[in-house]
Ligand binder design. Structure first.
Ligand SMILES: [Zn+2]
Ligand SMILES: [Zn+2]
Length: 497
């Protein structure tokens, strides 16, 4: 359904909204069967606010009478938040069907015991009596001529990938961009996104991690200065807004419905997307039926790697880094039963020697450990070598300060859990893993960890040491993964000589 022209407006929050209650159950209809009254004087503010969204009534900053009138005249549809299935319930917002994630509460609105979804509760309660509101009208899309202001150059590998991305976007196809850490995968999207925006397509880049959203948003704003762009994550100021260009955590996608022509999933393998069917559901719901889907990752899961090798999945690889030097390959080093030693407040000699030699050479390093409990005892021992050594983990209140101190060169070594496996790029460092045999160090985690080393053209190499108490399949797979990429890069003439 298209809006009659001449009435389109910029979405604006209603100034007199004071938080109205939703309508009771009797008003729910999932059928969207209301007749569409063309003589109704609709609010373009409300409709453009709701365009492409699926929201709880309390998330819509307009009076409930106005919302209700739009519903009665066929402009909005109310979908049931929960529907009955053969086995129990299904949440229409997050797709949850797991009985463990449903509970009941005495509900004031429907004055009965009411079931609700616990899975997506952090985004507001979806219960039996909750409608999810979507707009039934689409606004004409806006196009942005020549939106790309970026003038950098692409490496040959990036160029080929950029062309494949553009082709997938224009043809509403699906594509995996498998790019090594440091290949420059964001720039690979620019050309295709520019084409999409030029013809009025709506673009979303989704990633599981808030850090990535925060980091990417300013870069994208700079590359596309004329295009309204919003960044969505828990607590972001842009929540509730809509723009032709959205960068969002996968979680925030739950508030969209059939919104995007182009969906890019960054770091598809990263926690929690790979383990969370909810987020997969969110991605599927937020895309239009006809749309393109681009996955970006350095470490696709093994089944995808296999599919790519057998030509069963459309993919383009960038096996070389932007600077054209090969990826440093990890070395394995047995270190015995380090946990037992740690109980006696000791660490294996070769581990200490590695740390000592970094300190002497003045080379900074990340030191990865498998579990948070290991940080303190390890740091205590390392502080005897250099008291500036610190440890950091996900819930550390000083996390940002410590990472910054490391970036500034004020810390020689940072002991860390896998939280720093992605994202943090420091030009000239070595990395070690203690207990590389631990289950937490999957192929993907180890490839990402190795990917921290040699990122800048000035310092393209470095030492990657996996200290272990028994080599694992994951370790071997990670090393083979890196070697295979180097081989492919060499064969394609992408390695600098
Ligand atoms: Zn839910
Ligand atoms: Zn209720």
């Amino acid at each position: 359904m298209r809006m009659p022209s001449g009435k389109k407006g910029v979405p604006k929050a209603h100034p007199h909204y004071h938080g109205h209650e939703a309508k009771p159950t009797a008003h729910l209809d999932a059928s969207s069967s209301a007749l569409f009254h063309t003589d109704f004087s609709y609010s373009s503010e409300l409709l453009s606010f709701l365009d492409g969204k699926q929201l709880l009534p309390q998330e819509i900053p307009f009076p409930s009478d106005l919302i209700q009138a739009h519903h009665e005249h066929g402009y909005l549809s109310y979908e049931k938040g929960l529907t009955k299935t053969k086995h129990g319930w299904r949440c229409a917002r997050c797709g949850n069907e797991d009985p463990h994630f449903f509970a009941t509460f005495p509900c004031a609105r429907c004055q009965a015991m009411c079931t609700y979804c616990r899975k997506c509760i952090t985004m507001g309660r979806v219960s039996e009596c909750t409608p999810l509101v979507t707009s039934r009208v689409r606004f004409p899309s806006v196009s942005y001529p020549n939106p790309l202001a970026w003038s950098g150059t692409l490496s040959p590998g990036q160029k080929r990938a950029a062309e494949a991305v553009e082709k997938a976007i224009m043809g509403n196809g699906e594509l995996l961009v498998w790019a090594v850490c440091g290949a420059g995968k964001t720039e690979v999207l620019f050309q295709g996104i520019a084409r999409a925006l030029e013809i009025g397509k709506r673009v979303c880049i989704a990633t599981p991690r808030t850090d990535v959203v925060r980091e990417l948003a300013p870069r994208l704003k700079q590359a596309f200065p004329s295009v309204p762009l919003i960044a969505l994550y828990g607590g972001s100021d842009d929540r509730g807004k809509f723009a032709p260009f959205v960068i969002s955590t996968t979680h925030q996608l739950l508030r969209f419905s059939r919104a995007f022509d182009v969906m890019v999933i960054d770091e598809v393998d990263a926690f929690p997307y790979s383990v969370e069917p909810m987020l997969e559901y969110a991605v599927a719901k937020a895309r239009k039926e006809t749309s393109s889907l681009i996955y970006l990752t350095a470490t696709p899961k093994r089944s995808w790697q296999r599919d790519v090798r057998h030509g069963k999945r459309q993919a383009v690889t960038i096996p070389a880094r932007y600077h054209g030097f090969p990826l440093p390959v990890p070395a394995f080093e047995w270190c015995g039963n380090w946990r037992k030693q740690l109980k006696r407040r000791r660490l294996p000699r070769n581990v200490l020697a590695w740390v000592q030699s970094r300190i002497e050479a003045g080379k900074q390093a990340f030191f990865f450990i498998p579990h948070i409990e290991v940080i303190d005892p390890v740091v205590r021992i390392f502080k005897q070598l250099d008291e500036r050594i610190e440890g950091v983990h996900a819930e550390d209140p000083q996390r940002a300060e410590k990472v910054q101190a490391f970036r500034d060169g004020r810390l020689p070594l940072l002991v860390t859990t896998t939280i720093l496996e992605r994202g943090v790029t420091v030009p000239n460092i070595d990395v070690a893993v203690l207990g590389a045999e631990d289950r937490i160090f999957t192929e993907s985690a180890l490839v990402q960890i190795a990917g921290r080393v040699g990122r800048s053209a000035q310092h393209p190499s470095g030492d990657i040491r996996f200290f272990h108490y028994g080599k694992t399949r994951e370790m071997v797979a990670a090393k083979r993964h890196i070697e295979r990429m180097n081989k492919e890069a060499a064969e394609r003439g992408m390695i600098r000589r």
